[in-house]
Design a protein around this ligand. Structure first.
Ligand code: GLU
Length: 496
């Protein structure tokens, strides 16, 4: 297989790239790159003009780039098998449909919508619950199998609307081996004579997909389980053309934590972002999303969990992809995100935080102070933008106190905080450091014979406005004596 692995990610630009699609792209990418010389191809399947969404193709390309997946051949960077957009390959599909007609594997059908409806109604009335255009019914319809050659030619010459249909055999068991699902078989009697070319001249997904996979020399088709039921139709098409089908691998569904397939609606209910662009916008770490998605249906077979994209390419094999659905665990994603966040230096994060803040219309200068604040904050947050929210007290004065936290401000709080203030007021600026600030707190609680939290909590509220956050004493040291005292005074005044 070395050198000849060619896989494709073949999205339809009918919307933004969702996480299911991103995982399919990732598995294709990993599979390609786990083989020497393996190629990862992007093909845009845009034959359904009515569902075309402006900007979708750009979104797909941008999303893959954000994740670090390099594409070997694509519409933007074509290889020798272009064009890579199906809407630009119309003529190719026409020629291949023509070939099938000539070989007797497909035929023209001229039936109008009314005629099709009548046929279905007739069959339903005679007790057939799922009427089809198949080997039996095709014999009484208006197509190139029932009409004379002259009649067919005449209709074509007159420009009458037609579709091209595949002659699906009457009784045949269609078998194929799926690398993930094993042996799969379907009965042809359950299939319609598939439309290959539509009346608008566009190919259907089935024809375009098979022709392109063949012409682009695709070795493995790796796609979501929802396409499994299309595969028997594709196998029949390969056979009709006399071509060898690629190896098939259908990936397990992504499941909602609440059960069932992770639909858009369910994802929204669970607070799970659906589209890759949301992850970008919400400042997730791309390495985290990739690492997480790689494990959503696959594992390397040991208990290692953290791997870069490059490492994943050396570990990935299709035989370790599971058959059963994979549950999307958002907590796990955040766990990965925390890992990749903490791996970055405080300096790098400071640069990012300052930039994100300015995008939000806030000004946080990238300086030593910010670097220090980040050092205190980064262990407590899951995402980089949370540094701005959790750390707001480092960058701005406190106007409001967190409502939940305020429940911990009790009748004796002002007195305790005041005692503490008097003590630390005596510390010189140069000695205003975390260990001493902590020792002073211990002195106050011991003298008053109260628990740690009795003073710690109100003090935190006074200094940070919040009920939780980074180490309080280290935070106070960074804020400096003047700011800390000012905030304590203000809190006593406002909250007493
Ligand atoms: N265009 C299909 C999609 O939107 C491609 C499915 C396949 O990979 O064959 O996912």
């Amino acid at each position: 297989m070395e050198g000849s692995v060619r896989v494709r990610f073949a999205p339809s630009p009918t919307g933004f790239l969702h996480i299911g699609g991103l995982r399919t792209a990732l598995y294709n990418y990993l599979f390609a790159k786990s083989h020497k010389g393996g190629k990862f191809i992007l093909r845009i399947e845009d034959t359904d003009q009515s569902r075309y969404v402006e900007g979708a193709e750009e979104d797909i390309i941008k999303s893959l780039a954000w994740c670090g997946m390099e594409i070997d051949e694509s519409p933007e960077n074509p290889g020798e098998f272009g064009p890579y957009r199906q809407s630009e390959r119309k003529e190719i599909y026409h020629n291949f449909a023509q070939k099938l007609i000539e070989n007797g594997e497909a035929y023209y059908a001229f039936d109008t919508t009314e005629e099709l409806d009548q046929m279905r109604e007739r069959l339903q009335n005679s007790g057939n619950p799922s009427p089809k255009y198949d080997s039996i019914t095709r014999q009484s319809m208006k197509n190139s199998l029932t009409l004379s050659q002259d009649e067919v030619q005449k209709r074509l010459d007159e420009g009458e609307e037609y579709v091209v249909r595949l002659k699906v055999p009457r009784r045949e068991t269609i078998r194929f081996e799926d690398l993930i699902r094993g042996h799969v078989s379907f009965e042809s009697k359950g299939l319609d004579d598939q439309v290959l070319l539509k009346s608008d001249g566009m190919p259907t997904y089935h024809l375009a997909n098979v022709v392109d996979d063949h012409l682009m020399k695709i070795s493995h088709v790796i796609r979501g389980e929802e396409w499994l039921s299309s595969t028997p139709k594709h196998i029949l098409l390969y056979k009709a053309f006399g071509w060898e089908p690629p190896v098939m691998a259908h990936l397990p569904l992504i499941m909602s934590p609440a059960g069932g397939k992770l639909s858009k609606r369910k994802a929204e209910e669970e607070g799970i972002p659906v589209n890759t662009k949301e992850y970008i916008k919400q400042h997730y770490e791309p390495e985290a999303l990739i690492n997480f998605l790689a494990y959503l249906g696959w594992s390397p077979g040991d208990d290692s969990e953290i791997h870069s994209l490059t490492e994943l390419t050396s570990l990935f094999t299709l035989d370790r992809v599971s058959k059963g659905g994979a549950v999307f665990n958002h907590k796990k994603l955040l766990w990965y995100n925390e890992h990749y966040l903490r791996e970055q230096t405080d300096k790098t994060l400071a640069e990012r935080v300052s930039k994100i803040a300015s995008e939000q219309g806030l000004e946080i200068e990238n300086n030593e102070y910010l670097v220090h604040a980040i050092n205190l904050l980064k262990e407590r947050v899951s995402k980089v933008d949370e540094i701005i929210t959790m750390g707001s007290f480092f960058f701005d004065d406190i106007d409001e106190y967190d409502e939940d936290a305020l429940k911990k401000w009790k009748s004796d709080s002002s007195d305790l905080v005041n005692q503490y203030k008097d003590k630390i007021d005596a510390i010189s600026e140069s000695d205003f450091e975390a260990p001493l600030l902590k020792k002073n707190l211990e002195d106050v609680i011991n003298a008053n014979e109260v628990g740690f939290g009795k003073l710690m909590m109100p003090l935190r509220i006074a200094v940070t406005g919040q009920g939780f956050g980074p180490d309080l004493f280290a935070s106070m040291e960074l804020l400096g004596k003047e700011t800390v005292l000012r905030r304590i005074n203000k809190a006593i005044e406002k909250l007493d």
